[in-house]
Ligand binder design. Structure first.
Ligand SMILES: [Zn+2]
Length: 336
């Protein structure tokens, strides 16, 4: 569990023990902050038949002790942990616990049918335990009608049922949904504290929360470096167009990655410190061009976020064509 989640775990553990856990919870924060992680933990604790109580010592380490009623221990911070051994835990680990439902959408949005399934799920009695839980990840991707359907369920909670939503775009959630949930906004540390969290020294002075995905996943980090090198190559010799296009079109982080590469190039042009080893090859592009490319990217990004039926393939092809025009303009100026 990420260290910055521990305080939220303690808070939720206390609410749970005191029977004060809200029926609807929303975990928000930047992408990679740990929304899904804490949601999984909470649901597992809610469902487990043999929850353990771990007291947390001052240094942030947890020591398992026997639960007793002495007043000292009642005040001390603690974290509830699922046993991992009971029937419920085992079924939950295999995603086959019948009294829990995770809403998974195979499309871009969570449609109303899925939320109707959720309402129906809560109407039925529990199969095994007496507790029922549902998880809606990326709740901001619900369509308007799905969100309205969920509102009804949130307004009329059935007993012993818990709905947990996660989002990394709470701006896109209907305010009426947010107001009916108890929101926990997760705020990870930034800068060196963030790097330390992942055991990395690092020399990126601009490291921030938008890097979380790459920091916490080696495979993603490697993929980013490969993408960055290809973009740099494209800006000098128009190579790797197909690869870059594929990343932009098919990969969820494609546009953010491109933005990161361009912003780093801009920093380099303004001789701001950048990560060692980046930007060696792209000396031929000037500040104005980078600025133009950055603006093209912002426009494309805005279309992605605001136009409902946007054709990402077409948008990305156009973006790359426009970028190459900006780059070629400079080549002509140099030749003249
Ligand atoms: Zn268990």
């Amino acid at each position: 569990m990420k260290t910055w989640l521990v305080t939220i775990q303690q808070q939720l553990s206390r609410q749970l023990r005191d029977n004060k856990l809200p029926h609807a919870l929303l975990f928000s924060g930047v992408e990679g902050a740990g929304q899904e992680e804490i949601a999984q933990w909470l649901i597992n604790v809610l469902l487990c038949q043999n929850v353990k109580l771990n007291h947390v010592s001052g240094e942030g380490n947890s020591n398992e002790v026997e639960h007793n009623n002495s007043s000292d221990l009642k005040q001390a911070p603690f974290i509830l942990e699922p046993c991992g051994q009971c029937k419920t835990c085992k079924l939950f680990a295999k995603n086959s616990y019948p009294d829990h439902l995770t809403i998974i959408s195979d499309k871009k949005n969570i449609g109303v049918e899925l939320i109707r399934d959720l309402s129906y799920f809560f109407e039925k009695t529990a199969h095994i335990g007496f507790m029922k839980t549902a998880l809606v990840n990326q709740a901001d991707t619900m369509t308007i009608s799905a969100a309205n359907a969920l509102l009804k369920t949130l307004e009329e909670p059935t007993t012993n049922s818990f709905i947990i939503l996660t989002t990394h775009n709470s701006d896109l959630l209907l305010p009426t949904i947010i107001s009916r949930c108890h929101e926990f906004e997760i705020r990870p540390p930034v800068g060196k504290a963030l790097l330390a969290e992942f055991g990395q020294q690092g020399d990126d002075p601009f490291v921030n929360l938008s890097h979380l995905t790459e920091l916490s996943n080696e495979e993603t980090a490697v993929a980013f470096v490969a993408f960055r090198d290809k973009v740099n190559q494209y800006l000098t010799s128009f190579e790797y167009r197909e690869d870059i296009l594929k990343t932009l079109t098919e990969y969820q982080y494609g546009y953010r990655w491109l933005e990161k590469v361009i912003v780093n190039l801009m920093r380099n042009q303004y001789t701001w410190p950048t990560v060692v080893g980046e930007n060696k090859h792209v000396a031929a592009i000037n500040k104005q061009q980078l600025w133009d490319i950055y603006n093209l990217l912002l426009q494309a990004n805005a279309k992605l976020k605001t136009v409902v039926q946007v054709n990402k393939q077409f948008l990305s092809e156009k973006l790359l064509a426009d970028i190459s025009l900006v780059v070629q303009n400079n080549a002509q100026t140099v030749e003249e």
